[in-house]
Design a protein around this ligand. Structure first.
Ligand code: HEM
Length: 398
């Protein structure tokens, strides 16, 4: 077994704002040391993967790389289900959730998505300029995910603010995060309790309240854990991919024409955008027994970050990884790790793909001559997810 000293010790954290503006240069640098797993002493100390094979192994071996102590670093102050469980507990909950997220089940939401997007586009179209991320993409997604869960309209902004803070500020302001964690959880407990006493509605909260596994209802803790994860999982990730896809498609009219004209398979192109964007750059696992990962000795109790961003930009797996290429054979194989892999692979991916396709098509349909404003300087919000902050555009007012 190789000695630990053979492995690079390179300070790293996905909450590091400066580094995460250009993370792929950093991963390349560490990977080029020949090191598929590296060590950072930040955030209490952890290992992180720098190539595809090591990241894939972490996802595929849940017995050695457990999610039961959470998947975030620093830890989230709230339990999130089923992400914070290992099989078989996770499988039990996943079976219950699967039918809700199947592609056919998701199609029923398409007209709702379209109506919401049309309303937002109606506001923007006469103006001739817009900041697409703030004015269109994020509001659309909030407007979709919140009613999907069933939370009242008046609470959307408060919830979006707390979720954003908990995603971004856990290193800088852990006290406020702990406070917001308690408030969010109290809110969702109270919401679930209230809804048990009201007539049924057509939303996820109702499905969770009515759900039975072997004749047993979900506990309040399970319901709140699932609801919290859907809010966290659904908002930022999808905005991140749509933002990058719009930016790319505006600047590459030939690819845009191929995609919108049907020459390129839309779901496959979305997989490529998810790979390229990797909105969740990394997720934590806890090592359950002394083991080795790609030759690197790990001890029980160690933390490992499975770095989706490094895996998805590993040139050994994806040639020219920093380029968008619609001809990559990843659409059907799903072997990028942007949606994770193994037991926890994103259950919301059909939901996300339907939403992203609807949004991208509607935007180019209504605003076909979009241009990026010439002074645009890309900047990313970082933390649990990495998201393009702004996308300022101009277009012919209509
Ligand atoms: C482009 C958009 C999305 C990306 C990139 C993404 C990414 C991911 C990743 C990487 C995981 C794996 C977590 C792990 O292994 O620990 C995951 C799991 C999950 N995602 Fe997504 N997600 C997206 C959209 C959504 C949406 C729209 C929803 C819900 C409406 C959602 C709900 C979930 C849930 C519930 C899980 C946990 C599954 C489990 O633990 O078995 N995601 N997602």
């Amino acid at each position: 077994m190789a000695d630990v000293k053979d492995y690079a010790v390179e300070e790293f954290s996905q909450h590091d704002r400066a580094l995460m503006q250009r993370p792929y240069d950093f991963y390349d640098k560490v990977r080029e040391t020949g090191c598929p797993v590296a060590r950072s002493e930040q955030l209490g100390g952890f290992w992180y993967t720098t190539n595809y094979a090591a990241t894939r192994r972490v996802y595929d071996d849940f017995r050695t790389f457990s999610s039961a102590d959470g998947t975030a670093l620093p830890k989230q102050p709230l339990p999130l289900y089923p992400i914070d469980l290992d099989p078989p507990q996770q499988t039990r909950m996943r079976k219950l959730l699967n039918p809700i997220f199947l592609p056919d089940a998701i199609q029923k939401y398409r007209p709702r998505f379209e109506a919401i997007i049309t309303e937002l586009l109606d506001e923007i179209a006469p103006k001739g300029e817009a900041e697409l991320q703030e004015q269109l993409v994020r509001p659309t997604l909030a407007t979709v995910i919140m009613p999907f869960l069933g939370v009242p309209r008046d609470d959307w902004e408060m919830l979006a603010h707390k979720l954003d803070f908990l995603t971004r500020m856990r290193v800088e302001d852990p006290e406020t995060c702990a406070k917001y964690g308690v408030e969010l959880s109290d809110y969702l407990y109270e919401f679930a309790t209230r809804r048990r006493g009201t007539p049924p509605e057509d939303d996820l909260m109702q499905i969770l309240i009515d759900a039975r596994i072997n004749d047993e209802a979900l506990t309040d803790e399970e319901i709140v854990g699932i609801a919290t994860l859907v809010l966290f999982g659904g908002l930022d990730t999808t905005s991140a991919v749509v933002g990058m896809a719009l930016w790319y498609l505006i600047e590459h009219p030939d690819d845009r024409a191929r995609l919108l004209g049907g020459e390129v398979d839309f779901p496959s192109a979305l997989h490529e955008f998810v790979r390229y964007t990797s909105p969740i750059q990394g997720l934590r696992r806890t090592v359950t027994r002394d083991t080795e990962l790609e030759g690197c000795p790990l001890k029980a109790g160690d933390y490992v970050m499975a770095m989706n961003g490094a895996a998805n930009h590993d040139p050994g797996k994806f040639p020219d990884p920093d380029q968008v290429r619609f001809d990559r054979p990843i659409g059907n194989e799903h072997d990028h790790l942007g949606f994770g892999g193994g037991a926890h692979i994103c259950i919301g991916q059909h939901f996300a793909k339907t939403l992203m396709e609807t949004l991208i098509r509607a935007i180019f349909d209504r605003l076909p001559d979009l241009r990026i404003q010439p002074d645009f300087q890309p900047a990313f919000a970082v933390g649990e997810s990495r998201v393009l902050k702004t996308l300022p555009v101009t277009f012919r007012a209509s």
